[in-house]
Design a binder for this molecule. Structure first.
Ligand SMILES: *Cc1c(COP(=O)(O)O)cnc(C)c1O
Length: 378
């Protein structure tokens, strides 16, 4: 019999989620509104601790879509997006008939390179296409170099959407990721640091913005006894059942951050004497990562094995690992999009691997992982 599967990142319930769901059933709040939705939003606002207004939605992707709408992105516009990311960061740009312009990463945080960003803005402006927005991502929980990015964005007066889908619990200079841009987005998909099975949130700076987001997310009904519409709406609100899971998960978020960071420390210990394997680490005390996923790059010549060999060794032991994101500018679907930068994202993709990082990893799981890692170097 094969050993039990070790997943890259599994849902990890805290215990109280079902109580919130039972309460919703008892009160018949089985709808896309109710006390769990507002309770979850309040929990998030309190946690983010930055005078923000949070709208709970059906997905992080929906939050990105609404953020771009609220920034006025429309047909024929261009939006700058980090190339090294999951496709959901870029797809909503195309929902609006706009075009993504992709920008490379820097090697320290693996997120958007501020120099490449400025180069992109300058060149698009010179072509008469000033970008309407910038989407920056905190991949694997690692905060991007936000001061530098926000400085460039402010100088050219382009608003910033912060894709913090993977970075709830991370901070940059003591401030929570998701609160640093003009809008922030969060995801509670099944593999994220906390999950509602599926869900997301839009982090707004004002109560009016949140009100507008909720209006758009609930089919854009005007004030009237009948159904009256003067804008195109969406069905993007989070349900009260799902929000109940979110409330339970908020009770254990700090613990989940600790557990993911403990995984990272475990890998750091293993790799400290291993040549050719570099773990993604916080560049300085300004960066605090939730270490949602621990990830490495492998220099095959120095290590004596490559990314794919390690992945297959894990697989033989029924352990899941995964190559880093394939950059968007290399994806067939975005072949026509402009790209600025060098080959940082591309070489990360060529040499990088995400390691099992779930908060529910057991000591036995960790020793199975360590065994593969020591055997592969032997
Ligand atoms: C998960 C994720 C999203 C999308 O969130 P969903 O809730 O799955 O729609 C967007 N961006 C990044 C970087 C993600 O990892």
């Amino acid at each position: 019999m094969s050993k039990p599967k070790i997943w890259l990142s599994s849902p990890h319930m805290g215990g109280n989620e079902l109580n919130y769901i039972h309460q919703a059933f008892d009160e018949n709040w089985v709808a896309p509104l109710g006390p769990n939705v507002s309770g979850f939003e309040q929990d998030l606002e309190k946690y983010l601790n930055a005078d923000v207004h949070v709208a709970a939605l059906s997905a992080g992707t929906a939050a990105l879509h609404l953020a771009l709408i609220m920034l006025g992105v429309s047909h024929g516009d261009e939006v700058i997006c980090q190339s090294f990311t999951f496709s959901a960061s870029a797809n909503p740009i195309t929902y609006l008939g706009a075009r993504p312009v992709f920008v490379d990463s820097e090697a320290e945080t693996w997120n958007m390179c501020p120099q490449a960003l400025e180069e992109a803005i300058k060149d698009r402006v010179s072509k008469g296409k000033k970008p309407k927005a910038i989407t920056v991502v905190h991949l694997y929980g690692m905060p991007a170099k936000m001061d530098e990015i926000l400085e460039v964005a402010a100088r050219y007066e382009v608003p910033v959407v912060e894709d913090a889908a993977e970075a709830l619990g991370s901070t940059y200079k003591g401030r929570r990721c998701g609160t640093l841009g003009d809008f922030g987005i969060l995801s509670f998909n099944g593999n994220k640091i906390i999950t509602t099975s599926g869900g997301g949130a839009l982090v707004c700076k004002t109560a009016e913005q949140k009100q507008r987001a909720v209006f758009l997310a609930t089919q854009a009904r005007d004030e009237a006894p009948h159904y009256q519409h003067s804008s195109i709406g969406f069905n993007y609100r989070m349900s009260n059942i799902v929000a109940g899971i979110g409330r339970g998960q908020m009770e254990v978020l700090d613990l989940r951050v600790e557990q993911r960071r403990a995984n990272h420390a475990f890998y750091k210990e293993i790799f400290k004497d291993m040549s050719g394997v570099a773990l993604l680490e916080e560049p300085s005390a300004d960066f605090f990562s939730n270490h949602w996923l621990s990830a490495v790059t492998i220099d095959a010549e120095r290590a004596g094995f490559d990314r794919e060999q390690l992945r297959l060794r894990f697989l033989e032991e029924n352990i899941e690992s995964r190559p880093l994101w394939k950059p968007m500018h290399l994806q067939p679907v975005f072949a026509d999009s402009p790209y600025y930068g060098g080959n940082v994202a591309e070489s990360l993709f060529d040499s990088g691997l995400c390691l099992p990082s779930g908060s529910s990893l057991t000591d036995e799981d960790r020793s199975r992982i360590a065994e593969v890692l020591t055997a592969v170097t032997a």
